[in-house]
Design a protein around this ligand. Structure first.
Ligand code: ADP
Ligand code: MG
Length: 303
């Protein structure tokens, strides 16, 4: 399997490789092999970020971030630890509002409207733009009540049993839990808990799902289930995922943004600032990236 997925990459400026010529084979398998993206036509933008910067207590953590996130596509944010992936994904549903000292500047449009406009209620925004975290965080309640919680608080209309079943089906969990809906969610496996958290998000009818390393606490089988689920959800939702797992980014995402962290030359204490290096169709990022820093990262030479 691995041998079927070699990609020729032309490498320039690699001193240690020069005598051996500038062509070499980079193993991207099985990453691109499982990549099932039938249609890469750009869709309308869900988010348009323009010159976004986030500072914590006056110190910038990410700077000059400009890119569009497309509707019904999966967008992966990748890059070394500390480059600002979590900081950036939190900007997309105003979660940074909850972090003391965090200040977001620049512009973020959500469906063409300023997400940070004075008229926007961040609580309302978070209903449309749900988030799933690294560690599954079910409430200490039954499976049923985990899902029903949001719809009840929001006073959503309709039969609650149907709302719960629909969300659990969309979360690819229904068949596993339909006979124990009243059991405590803490009795589920980690992978099931994470699908429950995704289903809980879906129950309140969002249009975007943000996922910050959703599989990093899960085993490979649970990870595979979540990846399959993401590919199903992509039909109806826009998904942004932060992942440390290159193969995961390659397998599930349509677009990939690569970030790096630079030492800030303006900062006397050597402050580090995250910046976007490259944003493109995932296949391009993983096979023929434009920037040598991206290439070094996706081939595992740094990171
Ligand atoms: N709540 C916070 N308060 C202060 N600094 C933070 C906070 N969260 C992140 N940072 C800083 O912002 C930078 C980017 O962090 P983060 O967004 O967590 O990166 P990543 O998710 O890519 O690992 C780091 O220097 C980190 O120390
Ligand atoms: Mg992070």
């Amino acid at each position: 399997m691995v041998g079927d997925n070699k990609v020729e990459i032309s490498v320039t400026q690699q001193p240690d490789q020069q005598e051996r010529g500038s062509q070499r084979t980079v193993d991207v398998a099985p990453a691109m092999a499982g990549h099932t993206v039938p249609d890469l036509t750009p869709t309308e933008a869900v988010f348009e970020l323009k010159d976004v910067e986030v500072a914590y207590s006056g110190k910038p953590a990410v700077r000059e971030i400009t890119f569009d996130i497309f509707k019904e596509r999966i967008t992966a944010l990748i890059g070394p630890s500390g480059c600002g992936k979590s900081t950036l994904i939190r900007c997309l549903n105003r979660m940074n509002d909850l972090i003391p000292g965090a200040v977001v500047s620049g512009t973020i449009l959500y469906h063409g409207e300023d997400l940070y406009g004075a008229h926007v209620d961040p609580v309302q925004a978070r209903k449309r733009i749900g988030m799933v975290f690294q560690k599954p965080n079910p409430f200490p309640k039954s499976i049923y009540d985990n899902i029903a919680f949001g719809p009840r608080v929001l006073g959503m209309k309709g039969d609650m049993d149907e709302i719960v079943e629909r969300a659990l089906r969309r979360g690819a969990l229904w068949d596993e839990v339909k006979d124990r809906l009243k059991s405590n969610a803490f009795g589920m496996s980690g992978g099931q808990q994470q699908r429950l958290c995704i289903a809980r998000c879906l129950a309140i009818e969002p249009d975007v799902i943000l996922m910050d390393e959703p599989c990093s606490a899960l085993d490979p089988i649970s990870t595979g289930r979540i990846e399959d689920l993401m590919l199903e959800l992509r039909e109806n939702y826009s998904i942004v995922i932060v992942t440390h797992n290159m193969q995961q980014a390659a397998r599930v995402s349509d677009m990939t943004a690569f970030f790096t962290v630079d030492v800030d030359s303006d900062d006397d204490d050597g402050g580090r600032i995250g910046r976007m290096v490259e944003y493109d169709v995932t296949e391009k990022i993983f096979t023929t990236p434009s920037d040598e820093r991206t290439e070094a990262y996706v081939t595992g030479k740094v990171g």
